[in-house]
Design a binder for this molecule. Structure first.
Ligand code: NDP
Ligand code: GDP
Length: 338
């Protein structure tokens, strides 16, 4: 019989890719998000699956809403992807972030524990939990050192997932996913912001792009591959947490340099600190400048994950490298938005 899965955060980047994957595996997919004025889910329509999913409204702040959905369907697997997921916003809205990104997962765990403890539960943990990193390579044993209300909230959910696994014998696991990007990434995240910004400049839609810290380094992978790891984590004999990453790290500046290169833009960096700028070599116009408002009160300067356990136990490895990821994002952006 077809298995039934719940994906919370269906309107997000990972929700769309995971829904596509589960539909290909013949799951019945119930996708939830909060009420919104949006009528069209652009990510699901981009993947051609908008009408293949059963949609339910489920605000993560409301336990009765969650219970209603869990009573209506008999879920085999639950993927909790919904969250206030943007680090910068978590500094401005720490209480809402704690309520949704932190307590939201607890509401689901409590619902599973009380209504149907056989359900397998996946929690979307984040490399942001490593924060000001305490090891050069971060793996499942690396101590956490969170640097934002977002990361602290994710850590709360991470530990509770483990606690419910240990206390109540639930099949509850966390995937500690490093940054993963795609053409479906939200425009506020730095990779998509850069790509969209550079193309807007080329099309004379905007004059220049403003960014914050260019020297932070991230381990960036391709979201489409990362959702396969989520599914694999729920198919194991024993519930266990896994790091999912590429094992490579690049700065924001390196991301920009690769993107401008692929777009055939001739550019040069000038100045230092807040005066650093990327200039168009041909006409000397500014392409990128720094704006203090995009710096965070506390920064995560360096992330690089080891996916060794995932390779050994799940047979998962990343396939798309940094350069190809940028190419995929630029090609799709040009195709769909211009
Ligand atoms: P997105 O920001 O694209 O999606 C987040 C989803 O959560 C959206 O569907 C959003 O709905 C929903 N949501 C937000 N608030 C609520 C709420 N109060 N009630 C119900 N739903 C809500 O995130 P991604 O798809 O990129 O990431 C998926 C998960 O993985 C997130 O939890 C994220 O924190 C985590 N993660 C992501 C990483 C990445 O690099 N992408 C890295 C590590 C972890 P709406 O459309 O209405 O905003
Ligand atoms: P995060 O790792 O989940 O915070 O993903 P983001 O894509 O939001 O940010 C990645 C890194 O890019 C962080 O270190 C940010 O400080 C840095 N960054 C620099 N400028 C910007 C910007 O304008 N927007 C965003 N979102 N991040 C920026």
């Amino acid at each position: 019989m077809a298995r039934t899965a719940l994906i919370t955060g269906i309107s997000g980047q990972d929700g769309a890719y995971l829904a596509k994957l589960l539909l290909e595996k013949k799951y019945k997919v119930i996708g939830t998000d909060r009420r919104s004025a949006r009528s069209v889910n652009w990510r699901l329509s981009r993947l051609g699956i908008e009408n293949k999913i059963i949609h339910e409204e489920m605000e993560l702040g409301e336990i009765y809403e969650i219970q209603r959905v869990f009573k209506k369907y008999k879920f085999d697997e639950v993927y909790n992807l919904a969250a206030q997921s943007f680090v910068a916003t978590s500094f401005r809205s720490p209480i809402n972030t704690a309520n949704i990104t932190g307590l939201g997962s607890l509401r689901i765990l409590e619902t599973i524990r009380t209504l149907n403890p056989k359900i397998k539960f996946y929690q979307a943990s984040s490399s942001e939990m490593f924060g000001d990193v305490l090891n050069k390579f971060q793996n499942e044993e690396t101590p956490f050192n969170p640097q934002s209300p977002y990361a602290v909230s994710k850590l709360f959910s991470h530990y509770l997932t483990k606690n419910y696994r240990d206390s109540y014998n639930l099949y509850a696991v966390s995937g500690i996913l490093f940054n993963h990007e795609s053409p479906l990434r939200g425009e506020e995240f730095v990779t998509r912001k850069i790509i969209k910004g550079l193309i807007d400049i080329l099309h004379n839609k905007i004059q220049f792009l403003e960014l914050g810290n260019l020297y932070a380094k991230r381990d960036w992978g391709y979201a489409k591959e990362y959702v396969e790891a989520m599914w694999l984590m729920l198919q194991q004999k024993k519930p266990e947490d896994f790091v999912i990453s590429t094992g490579k790290t690049y700065s924001i500046k390196e991301f920009i340099n690769h993107a401008t290169n692929y777009l055939n833009m001739e550019t040069k960096w000038v100045g230092k600190g807040l005066d650093e700028k990327l200039i168009n070599k041909k006409n000397s116009k500014i392409i990128i400048k720094i704006n203090k408002k995009f710096f965070r009160p506390a920064e995560v300067n360096f992330l690089k994950g080891s996916y060794k356990r995932a390779l050994n136990k799940l047979g998962w490895r990343p396939k798309t490298n940094f350069k190809n990821l940028i190419k995929i994002m630029i090609d799709e952006e040009l195709k769909n938005n211009y």
